[in-house]
Design a protein around this ligand. Sequence first.
Ligand SMILES: [Zn+2]
Length: 96
Amino acid sequence: MQKVRCDGCEHKFVPRPREKKGYQFFKCPECDKEYPICKITPKGIKLRDKLARERERYRLMNPGNTKPADIIAQHRLVQKLTEQFQAEVTPLAKAQ
Ligand SMILES: [Zn+2]
């Protein structure tokens, strides 16, 4: 991850995102200033878990013993879940 500069104390650091109940943020290690990243709804958190599982399933699909239609269907499912998940995320960071 790229370094950012704190606008509180000008300290340069690599952000380490943390999450509390769907609220993602990072802090300046020098002055503790908090930088909000985004907010994920409880529905979004569940969708993220499901998405991770389905992505993994898709990744492990073997074209040698899986029907192409099943692979395509799984790909579509992953895409649909990604869209649904993104709709549950509200970005809080200001544009850099
Ligand atoms: Zn700072």
